[in-house]
Design a protein around this ligand. Structure first.
Ligand SMILES: [Zn+2]
Length: 87
C-alpha cells in the first residue's frame, strides 16, 4: 500500500498516511481540533521514482538507436533479427 505525505497549512504538521490508490485524498488535518487544509507532498512516493527511471530508460534507448542509425545507414528503419524468428 502506498503512503503519502501531507502537510497541514494551518499547523504545519507533516504526517504520513497509508491509503489505497482508490481512496480519496486527505483534505483535512488529522490533528484534534485543527482541521486545517492539508496538501499532499509530491516526490516521496516509490511510484514517482519508478516512473522517472522508466522515462530515462526510454529516452536513453531512443537516443542510442538514433545515433547508431545515423552512423551506419541513412535509412531509419532497421529490421531486427527477432522478426525472422517470430515469423
Ligand atoms: Zn493541522
Amino acid at each position: 500500500m502506498p503512503n503519502y505525505d501531507y502537510r497541514c497549512e494551518k499547523c504545519e504538521q507533516v504526517f504520513e498516511v497509508f491509503q489505497k490508490m482508490s481512496d480519496n485524498k486527505l483534505t483535512a488535518c488529522i490533528k484534534d481540533g485543527c482541521s486545517g487544509v492539508v496538501k499532499r507532498l509530491l516526490g516521496a512516493g516509490a511510484g514517482v521514482i519508478f516512473r522517472g527511471s522508466g522515462f530515462y530508460e526510454t529516452d536513453n534507448r531512443s537516443k542510442s538507436y538514433n545515433d547508431g542509425a545515423s552512423k551506419e545507414k541513412p535509412a531509419p528503419k532497421e529490421k531486427p533479427a527477432k522478426k525472422k524468428v517470430s515469423e
